[in-house]
Design a protein around this ligand. Structure first.
Ligand SMILES: Cc1cc2nc3c(=O)[nH]c(=O)nc-3n(C[C@H](O)[C@H](O)[C@H](O)COP(=O)(O)O)c2cc1C
Length: 175
């Protein structure tokens, strides 16, 4: 199908959007499935909802969509190898330390862990927007892994600017 914007232009534009990186994972009777995602967002505070866009052609699609619970692990900057491993074929869980005691596969030492139950699914082209209600969370300290310009890297926080913004108390954006 032809569109007014070329695929390469679309991808170039979207590559300028910096995002965090998560691993979306679920247990299935055949074992755990999961994939790397940057199309992740908070949606609602009451009830607490998040969304992730899941590619229909992805090998983990059926497993994640069919699960009663799925886990989201927000990666820290030392976990770029996990972002790569969960985007490649092969045993994605090989050598991956999991956080103990949960009904969903959570990545150990991730910055934030969310357990979700499916809330809604919305068709969106070659992806499905999976909305999850967050039923459990766990957080850790560290720095985020960032996806920007088709690369994975770290994020250097300007502590002085962050402090100024926090004490100003407003959702102000520096230009
Ligand atoms: C940084 C990064 C972000 C990604 N974001 C998404 C995403 O938001 N949604 C998605 O379905 N796939 C995303 N992918 C692709 C999947 O991780 C995975 O490669 C894809 O599902 C193909 O998996 P398969 O070979 O098992 O089919 C991303 C990959 C990378 C490296």
């Amino acid at each position: 199908m032809s569109h007014p914007v070329a695929k390469t232009d679309f991808c170039d534009a979207l590559s300028r959007f910096a995002s965090g990186v998560v691993i979306v994972a679920a247990r299935t009777p055949e074992g755990p499935v999961g994939f790397t995602a940057s199309a992740f967002s908070s949606v609602s505070l009451d009830p607490p909802l998040v969304l992730v866009c899941v590619g229909k052609a992805a090998s983990a699609y059926g497993g994640v969509m069919g699960a009663a619970r799925f886990g989201i692990s927000v990666l820290q900057d030392k976990q770029a190898w996990l972002a790569r491993q969960f985007a490649r074929s092969g045993d994605r869980f090989a050598g991956v330390p999991l956080a103990e005691g949960q009904g969903v596969p959570w990545i150990a030492r991730a910055l934030a862990l969310l357990e979700c139950r499916p809330h809604a699914r919305h068709e969106a082209g070659d992806h499905v927007i999976l909305v999850g209600e967050v039923v459990a969370v766990r957080i850790a300290s560290g720095k985020p892994l960032v996806h920007y310009g088709r690369a994975l890297g770290g994020f250097e926080l300007d502590v002085a600017l962050a402090h100024a913004n926090a004490t100003a108390g407003a959702s102000r954006v520096e230009s």
